[in-house]
Design a protein around this ligand. Sequence first.
Ligand SMILES: O=C(O)CCC(=O)C(=O)O
Ligand SMILES: [Fe+2]
Length: 341
Amino acid sequence: MNHNTHGTAFKEVPVIGIGPLVTADPDPEELRLTVERIGEACRDVGFFYITDHGISEADSRALFGAAQEFFALPLEEKMRIRLGITEQFRGYVPLGGEVTAGKTDWHECLDLQPESGRQASTIAAAAAARRAGVHPLDDPGQWPPALPSFRETVMRAWDQLYGLSARIAAGMALSLGIDEHHFAPYHGVELSDLRMVHYPPYNETVGRTAPEKLAMEEVESGFGAHVDYGFLAVLQQDEVGGLEVLNAEGAWIPAPHIPGTFLVNIGQMMQRWTNDRYRATWHRVQLPGAVDRYSIPFFFEPAYDAVISPLDVCCDDDNPPRYEAVRFGPYVVELFSKAYD
Ligand SMILES: O=C(O)CCC(=O)C(=O)O
Ligand SMILES: [Fe+2]
């Protein structure tokens, strides 16, 4: 596997208070320091924890509660909204349904995305939905019929996480020395994705509950080593742990749950924008032990039609652009068609 080796031999993932980014009238010096730390973390690690992000513990707990309720449903119930029913690459993916780096991942997950995503006519569809005042996630086809309050909990979380991600993106823009609104025209709801992931316990008795088609010898991790492909992700995880991040010396550094924090990481589009100054870092999730693990990443993505090419501020004569321009929508649709063949 061709792992990235730029970045540093960091030994832990930094924690950054982002209060100044999410409050209305921040102290300019505090904002400057926050932005500086974000820039350092993006350059050296590609991952950072955030505190003072403005989302309450009660809201976070409610979202985890919804995820636990969903995964506890009988398989037939979950399969009613399985990925593959629509052309949207969203919905439920059962245990054994996802393969990373040639190995079957030990998790089941639910991708919750706007209906307007990944359609050929997506820009028109997204714009029409906005004009109609429809919530981007409110598509009757993706809610589990057995859980009446699921929809409301998830839509509330979506709005909070989308808003938070936009502020983090603004912080990243400032850290690059460009206008804080620079990325605003490039992000969009249509390909963003609130994902719930469940890693069931993995032990000797697990063979009894594993789906028939799942060859246990092919299971190597909860989530195989990968980089995220998009703009940035904001991850909430429970106390179980198991997530690891690769440093420049090839060591896997644990990124455990830290109470009150979320974990932010950048994807390949940010790496392209910054001409490799900021890095999309490899990460993986170890097999869980005797307990269930739940995580909820929110993938904040470029719009379908966003064209991403290296920023002028990240290029000069000694450091010419390393990437061609890419249109995010078609790029990602092709990626997904391969992943879920
Ligand atoms: O479950 C986690 O902690 C990470 C999941 C992840 O990396 C992903 O969904 O891309
Ligand atoms: Fe990931």
